[in-house]
Design a protein around this ligand. Structure first.
Ligand code: GLN
Length: 486
């Protein structure tokens, strides 16, 4: 049995029945990494011995009668944007290439408290800016379904690792689609929770009003398990919301009877891939057969989502990234002769092209005289987009759209054309602007054999409905059980 090929829940059952030890599970996943990581490049840091030692310790605690929790002994990888105490955390940037945090992000702390074993830190686009993982300062990650293609981004290392069996589950972040888009392109499940559901403490900030951490897993049950583990109020994040967290794994059912599913007209656009449209339409037909009611709805301000996002996200990024100045931590240019030159050179040498582009765009949008025309206007349109969704949710329980307009594209295909790259998030970005929960689940394959993702969007803090519809669809379809051949 290939342990690395099992889901989190399957491994949990084996560990619980004492059929396998935590050490065996961790070793199986590390061996898998050893045999294919050269091809995929999903990691920036891999924890070998340390992870095995933690597993041994857990095995000892189990033999002494300690409770086996859902995540006990499960090897999990973490996007390299989350601070991990004593473990290099680079955000895939040269400017943080030597940064070892003195503390854990809340998400990491919670996973560890549930018994999870961190096996490594995943590659990503630098500071989570990108849709292909090609903006990593180190190397791009490759899609396990076709090594010539991108895994999506910015959490591309996380999605590729889970798809390839290099980790059982991962945690990514999603500012404009960075969990859902790579999950879709790699044929795995990815969920962005409601803004405020998961603590951002210790998660390196890109655009603070949009960023949210969430799980990337092999199936919906695993996603529910991970989401429950990381959710909940955290006094160290002032935007985290103090409301109860449902028992997500417990609420899953395989029925969608009576669920009203809205399909936004604006999300089936000219120029989108035919295979994507066919797969999502087939999925809707199946859901209808299963008892759901499908209703066309309108999100009329959709066309403004990308411009609004690229004003708000860059403005917030320009402010958040001001802290990287070479003074207290991170990269410092060795070539500077005075303080000003030290600041300038450290930033010029430490940041990559896309990050610099965003800082310049954001600084411009916030500058005196332009603030009203750009940033304030964008915030006003953001409100209109949020209202579009609340209107749709007056009649619907959830909405369904494609996750991305195309399956995985080729490495190099969009890297020289930022606008083209930005457009690959056209279906995911509005959800961040509105702060809503949404999942991407596999819903078919293109003619070339590439996975296709479908997005289910929910009302604020109603992750439960999203997970229920996703789980019901998954139990009626084979997609998530098909794995890439490597
Ligand atoms: N691709 C989008 C961007 O480049 C979204 C990234 C994200 O969600 N972190 O900003």
């Amino acid at each position: 049995m290939d342990l690395w090929n099992l889901t989190l829940f399957q491994l949990h059952e084996l560990i619980k029945k004492r059929e396998v030890s935590c050490k065996e599970v961790v070793e199986a996943v590390l061996e898998r990494i050893g045999s294919i990581e050269e091809k995929i490049k999903a990691f920036i840091t891999i924890r070998g011995e340390d992870a095995i030692n933690e597993a041994k310790e857990l095995d000892q605690r189990i033999s002494r009668g300690e409770e086996i929790r859902l995540l006990t002994g499960i090897p999990i990888s973490i996007k390299d944007i989350f601070c991990t105490e004593g473990i290099l955390t680079t955000c895939a940037s040269k400017i943080l290439s030597n940064f070892i945090p003195p503390y854990n992000a809340t998400v990491v702390e919670r996973l560890k408290a549930e018994g999870a074993i961190i096996i490594g830190k995943n590659n990503m686009d630098e500071f989570a800016m990108g849709s292909s993982t090609e903006n990593s300062a180190f190397y791009p990650t490759r899609n396990p379904w076709d090594l010539k293609r991108v895994p999506g981004g910015s959490s591309g290392g996380s999605a590729a690792a889970v798809a390839a069996g290099e980790s059982i589950a991962s945690i990514g972040t999603d500012t404009g689609g960075s969990i859902r888009q790579p999950a879709g392109l790699c044929g795995v499940v990815g969920m962005k929770p409601t803004y405020g559901r998961v603590s951002r403490y210790g998660m390196i900030a890109f655009a603070s009003s949009l960023d949210q951490g969430g799980p990337i897993t092999k199936d919906v049950r695993d996603c529910a398990i991970m989401l429950k583990a990381i959710s909940g109020y955290d006094p160290r994040d002032s935007t985290s919301v103090n409301i109860p967290v449902p028992d997500y794994p417990d609420i899953l059912t395989d029925s969608v009877k009576g669920k009203i599913i809205g399909v936004p007209r604006e999300y089936f656009i000219k120029g989108m891939d035919e295979d994507v449209e066919v797969s999502v339409r087939n999925a809707l037909r199946l859901l209808e057969k299963m008892g759901a009611v499908i209703e066309e709805v309108s999100i009329p301000h959709t066309e403004y989502a990308i411009p609004v996002y690229y004003i708000i996200a860059t403005a917030e990024a320009s402010s958040n990234l001001a802290r990287y100045d070479g003074v207290k931590y991170g990269y410092r240019s060795p070539y500077a002769k005075d303080l000003l030159e030290m600041y300038m050179r450290s930033r010029a040498e430490g940041f990559g092209t896309e990050v610099k582009r965003r800082i310049m765009l954001g600084t411009y949008a916030l500058s005196a005289g332009y603030y009203e025309a750009y940033y304030r206007k964008a915030q006003q349109v953001r409100t209109l987009i949020r209202e579009d969704f609340s209107k749709a949710f007056n009649t619907c329980h959830c909405l369904i759209t494609p996750t991305s307009p195309t399956p995985a594209f080729l490495l190099g295909e969009k890297i020289d054309d930022p606008l083209k790259m930005y457009l690959s998030d056209i279906f995911t970005i509005s959800v961040n602007l509105a702060g809503l929960p949404a999942i991407s689940i596999p819903c078919g394959f293109s003619r070339e054999g590439l996975p296709i993702g479908m997005q289910i969007i929910g009302k604020p803090f109603d992750e439960s409905t999203v997970l229920q519809v996703a789980y019901a669809y998954e139990t009626h379809t084979p997609w998530n059980k098909i794995r890439p051949k490597l």
